[in-house]
Design a protein around this ligand. Sequence first.
Ligand code: FAD
Length: 450
Amino acid sequence: MNTVTVVGASLAGLYAARELRAQGFDGRLVIVGAEPHLPYDRPPLSKDFLTSNDSRTGLGDPCTGAADPRTGTPAEDTLALTDSLALTDSEEIGELAAEWLLGVHATGLDQRGRAVLLDDGRAVVTDGVVVATGASARRLPGPWPAGVHTLRTLDDARVLRADLAHGPRRVVVIGGGFIGAETASSCVALGHDVTVVEAAPLPLLPQLGPDMAAFCADLHRRGGARLLTGTGVACLHRMASADTAVAGGPDGPGAGDPGMGGPGPGDPGPDDPGPHRSGRVTAVELSDGRLLPADVVVVGIGATPNTAWLAGTSLAVRDGVLCDDGCVTSLPHVVAVGDVARVGGVRAEHWTSATEQPRVAVRNLLAAHTVEAVTAQPYFWSDQYGSRIQFAGHRPVDAAVRIAEGSPDDGSFLAVYEHGGRVTAALAVNCPRPFMKLRRELRARQVAAV
Ligand code: FAD
């Protein structure tokens, strides 16, 4: 293989590039990234980054990776990676010896998967492709007033942070998933008046099941946020009340519809110009008619995998790029990793999956067929209202939950999910040591079963 192109210059893309070099690929390595930044870490964006006023956490632009046009290497003076979000540094950039095409969108892949087409008109002729284009925040359809945000990128987080810097605000968070919950928690910590709106009866119900979801609902209430469940959003109101900006609308595919998690007209694509701003948001109207006054609205209703650029190729795409359990797509020289990849039927949107899949994907890419499967166990964490939640394993919907250590009343416990007489998953709140021990045991059992 002479040339490998990694599309997506973020967590999974960087790990894939590292693996390519670590596994002996010494050919031309091209990394295409739509954002103008070198790879940075997203988890802090909804946590420390929002609450911090430390300029090192991104007020400047130390992640910018404007490239030397002759070599494709990010210019030295743009690599002042003091930023706590940075995932790489100038030493590693040198070692990777890659051509970084940052601020450049891949717009297509030719039919045989042998050329990556770019939005600047160029095409990278390639022998192998790593698809690592992640996901984009889902949006409410229709025009968006100013003051309405999503939180997926560093640029999103900067704009939101600036909007929150003007003294106490009435913040409405639409969606009680992980990003919504963490953002709500950060906004409470900043002294804002926060309401979380969740269409389901409990937040995080699909991820954690009813018992642990009820615990997370309590975290909001005890943490100081208002939680409204079982109701969606009908529309957003903006400055001139006669001039209401309808997002979805009661009959439309809006947030009031519990089924709004599915793809819809509000979903972004890579060529989406972004929300159209008109007026400033003043309120969120719920589907039950209630009106929540709002100065700032954060929409946290999930993410859509960035696959539009693959339209027209022979790759199978269904809520992510379909891969076998070794991250290999229907074309053996194209692998997919991270949030965009549906590996063996499962698409995980977790940091750990994006870092564990690339080793296997690259091994299979270089071998030209699947020689290894991903055996990693699902794991994620979340920080909300001073509590660290950790989850590992698989949770069958009818699994029973048992508190194995500590107590939810004390805010520190280990819960296990049991199914068929076996522990299949664990959830800990502020209980890292017993959790890590159990996680290792679950993992060992999973590896032994393969
Ligand atoms: P992404 O990070 O989405 O990166 C994909 C990159 O590809 C982007 O830079 C995008 O611009 C680029 N791209 C897209 N289309 C194109 C194109 N056509 N051409 C070129 N480039 C393109 N996980 C946890 O486990 N715990 C947490 O606490 C946690 N917190 C999070 C908090 C926030 C605010 C967010 C947004 C995510 C969080 N996650 C967390 C999830 C974790 O960050 C993701 O799973 C991880 O970032 C996935 O990495 P990725 O490289 O697959 O995708």
